[in-house]
Design a protein around this ligand. Structure first.
Ligand SMILES: NC(=O)c1ccc[n+]([C@@H]2O[C@H](COP(=O)([O-])OP(=O)(O)OC[C@H]3O[C@@H](n4cnc5c(N)ncnc54)[C@H](O)[C@@H]3O)[C@@H](O)[C@H]2O)c1
Length: 462
């Protein structure tokens, strides 16, 4: 089996399946197709499959033309028909791994994908889980399902975990040139899945077990969550001290070694950083261990929308206004700059908190013209963004900048020229010429300690 599969991978006659065609699965499917494999993309969403079959793309980083080219060449087949997985020699799983309402792992998507694959599995298949998950998932949830189907892992089927590192919107690092970590259940599992990924990914990094590979991904995302939590706390510290947090971070970042720059903001978003560390925290709770760094970072990061809303409230108060009844323009809904992904965006919390205090909230985001308040419910209200016009800016009692979209996408000079009050949580107005608006930063810029006048700093630089 192993030899046969390696041969099929080498001569590209292997059919590769990708289960889940979202932010992770679709770019991966395109890489396999571009490497010369025939790819069967299986997704339960009729809408997604319909789009892809027509040669269109629903993922910003994958151009429609790339999908159309592969569909036309017959190298990419999108389907909702589970039975087509039986044609596959290798299957990568990239389905969602969200949290439940109680912030425990919701494994429903992984389990249903694993059950579908187990129903279609046959000897001579490699199965690789890509969804971010807690250590032990591959061995504890996938392996027993394959064995119940009568297949021996390492002999009949080859099982591995390989975390995806896709960074939506990143133009430098994408699926092909980002090194890929991989851990297999047996040595043969590593050999086969490594050969498969090396056919389309520049660098594959094998580790000794699926658990190590699962933990690598959680380390990467916990590292970010903890460091962002730390600079968010620094922003609150600077606010009390009356020191500009951005100045402190930029100056610290001039240290050429031993410092890595992270920036504060209104909270964290996306499908990874706010969620993934909780997979590890949950797993460790089952082993009677409390993950203190994860818990603290989560507490600080999830408190940032409150901190921002409190700033808005105080700033309006200075203008003798209440949040209640004020019109507030939220600038940016996406969870990070220049992308249309708004999953877990802190903007939702900021809006909810402002509306909870009686504000009338409108939003503008050039990447998100509209969104559903609850993306999981088709009945929930759809909100539409407003255009960023002089009238909208003048009509707002406050503008709250939540996402740091590039100045090519948002005219920040227009914002500071026309708005009365701007609460800038991302420091994007730093490069504008200050004019009409009073701009409030995430941390106070004028406070207890006297700052040297600007001309003295310029002098010091020479
Ligand atoms: N988005 C990212 O930036 C990113 C980065 C690294 C890792 N990840 C991880 O990758 C995994 C996938 O994330 P994503 O962002 O691509 O999700 P996504 O929501 O964009 O796409 C998932 C797709 O899976 C489909 N699906 C759900 N259940 C299915 C099933 N049983 N069978 C077939 N298809 C099914 C959905 O219809 C959807 O199209 C998650 O575990 C996530 O944590 C995501």
């Amino acid at each position: 089996m192993r030899e046969q599969l390696l041969q099929k991978i080498a001569d590209r006659s292997a059919v590769v399946g990708v289960v889940g065609l979202g932010y992770v699965g679709l770019p991966l499917a395109m890489e396999f197709a571009q490497a010369g494999f025939t790819v069967v993309g299986y997704d339960i969403s009729e809408r997604v499959v319909g789009l892809l079959q027509r040669g269109e793309s629903h993922i910003q980083d994958v151009p429609g033309a790339a999908v159309a080219e592969q569909v036309k060449a017959g190298r990419f087949i999108a389907t909702t028909d589970e039975a087509r997985l039986r044609e596959c020699d290798a299957i990568s799983i990239a389905v969602p791994t969200p949290l439940s309402k109680t912030r425990d792992p919701d494994m429903a998507y992984v389990l249903s994908a694993a059950d579908a694959i187990a129903r279609q599995a046959r000897p001579g298949m490699a199965i690789i889980l890509e969804s971010t998950t807690y250590p032990g998932t591959t061995r504890e949830l996938l392996q027993p399902r394959m064995e119940a189907a009568g297949l021996t892992v390492g002999e009949d089927v080859f099982l591995a975990f390989s975390p995806e590192r896709v960074d939506p919107g990143n133009t430098k690092w994408h699926t092909k040139n980002t090194p890929k970590v991989l851990g297999g259940v047996t040595a043969a599992c590593v050999e086969v899945s490594k050969a498969l990924y090396e056919a389309c990914i520049d660098t594959v990094v094998p580790v000794s077990s699926p658990e190590a590979a699962e933990l690598v991904k959680l380390l990467e995302n916990t590292f970010r969550a903890v460091n962002i939590g730390m600079v968010n706390e620094l922003a609150m510290i600077c606010d009390r001290l009356g020191v500009d947090v951005w100045e402190v971070i930029d100056a610290a970042a001039t240290k050429p070694f031993g410092f890595m720059k992270f920036t504060p903001g209104p909270g964290i978003g996306g499908h990874c950083i706010p969620l993934d560390p909780h997979y590890l925290a949950w797993k460790m709770r089952t082993l009677n261990y409390k993950t203190r760094f994860i818990d603290l970072a989560s507490e600080i990061n999830s408190g940032m929308p409150d901190f921002v809303v409190e700033k808005v409230s105080r700033a309006l108060n200075d203008d003798r206004k209440a949040v209640n009844g004020s019109r507030i323009l939220v600038l940016g809904i996406a969870y990070k700059k220049d992308i249309d992904d708004m999953r877990e965006s802190p903007a939702f919390d900021v809006i909810r908190l402002l509306e909870g205090r009686g504000a009338e909230v409108v939003y503008h985001d050039p990447f998100v013209p509209s969104f559903r308040e609850d993306e999981h419910s088709a009945d929930s209200r759809r909100r539409f963004g407003v255009a960023l016009t002089v009238e909208e800016l003048q009509a707002a009692d406050a503008v709250v900048i939540v996402t740091d979209h590039s100045p090519t996408a948002v005219d920040y000079q227009l914002v500071v020229d026309q708005a009365k009050l701007v609460v800038d949580t991302r420091n994007v107005t730093a490069k504008t010429r200050r004019s009409g608006a009073r701009v409030i930063a995430l941390s106070a810029q004028e406070g207890a300690y006297p700052a040297a006048p600007a001309h003295a700093l310029q002098g010091a630089a020479h």
